[in-house]
Design a protein around this ligand. Structure first.
Ligand code: MRU
Length: 351
């Protein structure tokens, strides 16, 4: 199963809003449809929206009539529209900046010929997509090495799987690796209110691969841990600050507090593109707030009195002291995170 693919100059997105009821792909022929898909969560998950935005920008570039600096200015405007779709996952900006840099570089070298810039943009988007698959395999191998028990039970929150990436996944990549090695007993998947990514996506994705999964509501995570049924928590990330504070799906912080209380290791799995080296700590991470409807309704059915006040942040920040380790494609980071994240930055060569 792939969450997105590029074919015949169109971006095909697996419509995640329709899962698990039906498997349908959305055909995006222009960047506006890609922006809409990201906003509506038809494509979601930090790495997947980065790749979708890269292809969205490629589609936008193909529409530009101007040449020279006019081309680059228009391209930057389209990138801004795509960037504004969702503010928390830094992979979105990371991918768009990579595309803009490639366009600028080519226009300097090749004297601003739009066709050549388009070719380079397509190669760059393809690279970002392929790189995501490779990176997930490396994260998964490093992550699996953390587990010494013959059989492990892992709890996860939200969906950091193939659906949230190009394929394989980060947190679910580690789970897949352990399953392949015969070292996974079962996964507990939090349903992840309000949009139910755990119930609709993680449970579905794991069942597709016949990986044993037990679905629980978010409020059941505590008792499952207290019963001694979980050996580790593994989650993904949307943005990681320089000190190791991690923004991820709302409810992740609660799970981390519970894990500490029950002496259960709490692992974050994320590619280097999810790190924001410019932010000293998590307090500066922009947190997306979404519509009240997502809380007052469940699957379009009202579940709260009309007009009730609602607070609906889509993400929260888990402070670094609750995180046992962060698994990246370069290796496993541990506290003190300022130091290990400096090391990570040196591995990827700056930025
Ligand atoms: O709102 P979503 O569904 O895009 O949120 C997704 C998450 O929070 C994931 O855990 C995160 O993006 C990591 S995906 C590898």
């Amino acid at each position: 199963m792939v969450s997105l693919r590029w074919k015949d100059d169109c971006l095909f997105l697996l419509n995640q809003v329709k899962l698990p009821g039906s498997v349908e792909y959305i055909q995006c022929k222009d960047y506006r449809r890609v922006a809409e898909a990201i906003r509506r969560l038809e494509v979601r998950g930090a790495p997947a929206i980065g790749v979708a935005a890269a292809y969205g920008l490629l589609l936008g570039a193909a529409e530009i009539k101007e040449t020279g600096t006019g081309f680059l200015e228009k391209l930057a405007e389209i990138a801004e529209i795509l960037r504004q779709t969702r503010p928390t996952a830094v992979n979105l900006s990371w991918a768009l900046d990579k595309m803009l840099d490639a366009a600028k570089e080519t226009s300097r070298e090749k004297d601003s010929r739009p066709q050549e810039i388009l070719t380079v943009l397509e190669m760059t988007a393809q690279f970002i997509m392929n790189e995501d698959s490779n990176v997930n395999r490396r994260i998964s191998a490093f992550g699996a090495s953390l587990f010494k028990d013959a059989k492990t039970v892992i709890l996860t929150h939200c969906n950091a799987g193939a659906l949230a990436t190009v394929e394989y996944g980060t947190a679910l990549g580690i789970i897949r690796e352990l399953w392949k090695e015969g070292r996974l007993d079962r996964v507990f998947a939090d349903e992840t209110r309000p949009l139910l990514q755990g119930a609709r996506l993680t449970a579905w994705e794991l069942m597709q691969d016949e990986i044993p999964v037990t679905l629980i509501t978010d409020s059941m995570a505590g008792v499952v841990m207290k019963n001694g049924w979980v050996q580790a928590v593994v989650v993904g990330a949307d943005r990681i600050a320089r000190n190791g504070d991690v923004a991820n799906k709302i409810g992740t912080y609660t799970v981390a507090v519970l894990a500490e209380k029950h002496h259960i290791p709490f692992y974050v799995a994320a590619p280097v593109s999810s790190f924001d080296f410019s932010l000293p700590d998590g307090s500066a991470i922009p947190i997306e707030e979404r519509s009240a409807n997502e809380v007052t309704h469940c699957c379009s059915v009202p579940i709260a009195p009309q007009g009730v006040a609602v607070y609906n942040p889509a993400f929260d920040v888990t402070p670094n002291e609750l995180i046992t380790a962060i698994v990246t494609e370069y290796g496993i980071l541990r506290a003190p995170y300022n130091k290990s994240i400096d090391w990570l930055q040196s591995q990827k060569g700056g930025k």
